[in-house]
Design a protein around this ligand. Structure first.
Ligand SMILES: *Cc1c(COP(=O)(O)O)cnc(C)c1O
Length: 403
């Protein structure tokens, strides 16, 4: 008998619930960075990717409102069919200049940018070599285009080299996150660039969490280690994190961008993002590049140092990371969930990240810092973590149990 798809899906969900891995959709009833109101309670948020605190910045709000007055809300069509408006063009130019590339192409989301660029570059039978912890959209992009996907152990450029060497004759893309979204560490970018160069593979770096945060003038993780457009010919950036808005882009040579505009189906067959959002993003880019951006990054670095020093003093196991993503490894999913719930009771929103988002046995709290956090607020989070750590029995030295 033919299996029922809806019943199968429901059974899958049941199994997920049984394993304690069901995700809960929470509605944020109000937000005033870094605060959120959830379930009628005001919580100090350490969950978002608004690393510079730009999402609610008056300059962005103003730009959005002005542009909405002029352009309305929707772009009304795909870029190639009349949806490409002046704010999109201005934003693409600014993003290219900021990242030191000839040109840039907008996508509605980072997920679509990755799927789009892999789909345009790779064909069935090509080789796509990726870090095991790359973002899901890079993995999905490789699956969709039918390339042979090989994933190397996290941050292991030598393993990547061995995978590329297995098929020296195949057209190959080497793809990595710049900053890993659930770990906060930076990829071995120089080693990957050198590997791509000597093995004639094309290097793609997805800098969703590095852009605006790392490098001179916030130009990102690749700029921070001096890699230019020749070393990283395909650069993906997203706009919904440090820039505080929505959308994504691919930056590279004029030839690459021109071809992506033809062949990246996620760009061709999708409505252009609202022009007013592009205008707000342009304001965000100007801010992030400028002196205010420098000041925000300095503040963010201070917050990161404060959290790490405080956690170390408490004996808490933060993963090694110099970025605003500061994961506290707890081990099993139930423990991570218990800590997250206890923190919520104490007035903090710090989500538990569980499999399959992270590998089995590596459930964690993902503490995300922002320039919008005051030192006193980070201090209060540390105090709450200290209470949980003490309850969990730090004396055993084992992975803390549920409080
Ligand atoms: C968030 C993220 C994306 C997806 O970007 P969206 O604009 O949210 O779709 C892609 N890559 C990485 C590394 C990310 O962290």
């Amino acid at each position: 008998m033919r299996p029922d798809l809806l019943a199968r899906l429901a059974a899958r969900q049941q199994a997920q619930a049984g394993a304690g891995l069901l995700r809960r959709l929470r509605t944020v009833e109000d937000a005033a960075t870094p605060w959120v109101v959830i379930g009628g309670r005001r919580l100090l948020g350490f969950a978002g990717n608004d690393y510079l605190g730009l999402a609610a910045h008056p300059a962005l709000r103003g730009a959005l409102q002005d542009a909405a007055r002029r352009w309305g809300v929707g772009a009304t069509a795909a870029h190639l069919l009349g949806g490409h408006r002046a704010p999109h063009a201005a934003l693409e130019e600014a993003l290219a200049a900021w990242t030191g590339r000839e040109a840039a192409l907008l996508f509605a989301t980072g997920y679509m940018a990755n799927v789009g660029v892999l789909d345009a570059l790779l064909a069935r039978g090509d080789l796509c070599v990726q870090d095991k912890l790359d973002h899901a959209s890079l993995l999905d992009g490789a699956r969709l285009c039918g390339a042979e996907l090989r994933r190397y152990p996290h941050a292991d450029a030598d393993a990547a080299a061995r995978q590329l060497a297995l098929r020296p004759g195949a057209a190959a893309l080497l793809a990595s996150d710049g900053v890993f979204s659930m770990d906060g560490d930076v990829a071995p970018l120089r080693a990957l660039a050198a590997l791509a160069q000597r093995s004639r593979a094309t290097l793609l770096i997805d800098d969703a969490h590095g852009l605006g945060v790392l490098g001179a003038r916030g130009a990102g993780s690749t700029a921070a280690v001096g890699l230019d457009a020749r070393a990283v010919p395909v650069l993906v950036g997203t706009l919904g994190k440090a820039l505080g808005t929505q959308g994504a882009f691919v930056a590279g040579s004029r030839a690459l961008i021109g071809a992506l505009a033809q062949f990246a189906r996620a760009h061709v067959y999708s409505t252009a993002p609202p022009p007013a959002v592009a205008a707000a993003t342009l304001a965000a880019v100007r801010l992030a590049q400028g002196d205010e951006g420098e000041a925000l990054r300095a503040r963010l670095r201070e917050g990161i140092a404060q959290l790490r020093a405080g956690a170390a003093a408490l004996g808490l196991r933060l993963l090694p990371s110099d970025t605003p993503i500061q994961p506290l490894l707890l081990g099993d999913a139930c423990t991570a969930l218990a800590w997250s719930r206890a923190l919520e009771q104490a007035g903090f929103h710090v989500p538990a990240i569980r499999p399959p988002t992270v590998p089995q046995g590596q459930a964690r709290l993902r503490i995300a810092l922002s320039a919008a956090h005051a030192p006193e607020q980070i201090g209060r989070l540390l105090e709450a973590l200290a209470v949980l750590h003490a309850k969990a029995g730090a004396a055993t030295g084992a992975v803390p149990a549920a409080p």
